[in-house]
Write a protein that binds this ligand. Sequence first.
Ligand SMILES: Nc1ncnc2c1ncn2[C@@H]1O[C@H](COP(=O)(O)OP(=O)(O)OP(=O)(O)O)[C@@H](O)[C@H]1O
Ligand SMILES: [Mg+2]
Length: 493
Amino acid sequence: MGTYINVDRYPDTSYIKIPTNPLDRVIGQNEAVRLALIASRQRRNLLLVGPPGVGKSMIAQAMSFYIERPKEEIRVVHNPSYPERPFIEVKTLDEIEKEKHEMNSIEGEIIDAKDAPQNVAERLGYKCQHCGFYSPPTDNICPNCNNSKVVNNGQGPFNDVFNVIGVTFGINNNNDRVTQTRKIGDREEIIVYEKYGDKIRVLDERTLERRRKLEKKSPSKIIVPIDRNPFVLATGASETELLGDVRHDPYGGHPQLGTLPYERVVSGSIHMAHEGVLFIDEITHLGNLQRFILTAMQERKFPIVGRNPQSAGASVKIDDVPTDFILVAACNIEDLQYILSPLRSRIVGNGYEILMEDSMPDNRENRLKYLQFIAQEINMDGKIPHMTIDSTDLIIEEGKRKARENHKNNALTLRLRELGGLIRASGDMAIEKNHKLIEKDDVKEALELYVPVEEKIKKYYGSMHNALGEESTGSQKGEYYNYYNYNDDRSYK
Ligand SMILES: Nc1ncnc2c1ncn2[C@@H]1O[C@H](COP(=O)(O)OP(=O)(O)OP(=O)(O)O)[C@@H](O)[C@H]1O
Ligand SMILES: [Mg+2]
């Protein structure tokens, strides 16, 4: 928003304009938004540090909006002389287009059966030789004169017999294509007519030649498609999800029974994020896997191997699979120390570390941003009505109270996930009472429901300590659910 508008004249939040650009929907994080924009344009890494619910994921996600679409597709290609070492093939958009064109060109020309030479139309089963009626070749009996459409093409003494059998069993005796020659100038050229549903496909010599070339090509499989999402979320990913795998084949590499190794290759998030953003929330939860991320960033490629030593995939390895992603990592302040230090230096060496804001000053401009936020949350939820401008005061008050909880006076909290929860709960209360808009008493009611359960426990048991003494068994003592947004009394931690 930024501009001062007279919202007091607005009856409710439905009149508030919501920005279309996803980064503009992030409120109160000006520096983070600015650097995220730079990072997406310049392809730099980002480390977002801050408390939960201040917009770290929101910013990372928004970046994909500003990132260029991928220009490369990655395939694994069968290696006939060493199937366990498939090749990697990187195709550009142009090359893919060209290939599509080639594929179309081997399609040949599709014509109407009536436009084919008569004897061809008869032999392929389109034209009835008795009455001249055209019907699809799947009809063995002419629907016009009820005679068999099957033609004796006179290529051997048994043809008639076979054709009769064929008709009986509903199969045409290999009458799927007819090869003829045609004269072009003083040159004779081979021309093939093939069944193609209701139509006939015509293949000339050049098309046939292209087909033969394509058939000789090694088969391949796309493991990173060109139309992928450039934003890849790798939070909580397992090793195989993150780094890729070669799936098990119960028949091993058995040449007849098994699937070829190249077909069993699956890419990991680090490969899918090639040319895009790899977003890892709570990066420290990756633990040891962090060093693989580091390698992938350093080398800009990372092999795919079978990761289960018991599996038939374990002997398969594909080198040099590209991983040219930008890393956007998030973590909270306490976990900062657990980020692998070379990884951190890698991020800073080509990017930015950002400390997210926890609150913003309580002034008119920022209150307007809060209104934008409320409108956004309501819009996003889609199930609740808008809020009267009067009632938004209560949300603002709660935002102020929460900022105070975190020792910021005269400020509005930016821990907005929780505040979003309050807005949704208020909406539910309004719905329950058939209100067309969220009213003050709906927000008040939601505020009561919204008290953290620790607060309720303290009221009920006197203290958290008492409650644990009464309820928990020995082994559970001292382990609490980390309700980390709840900060005003951490004495029990
Ligand atoms: N700065 C913000 N501006 C607007 N909305 C926000 C902001 N921060 C949080 N929100 C709202 O809260 C939701 C949760 O925020 P988000 O997932 O980005 O938090 P986070 O910082 O990634 O938290 P966590 O550390 O728990 O992953 C967002 O989807 C959005 O609805
Ligand atoms: Mg998050």
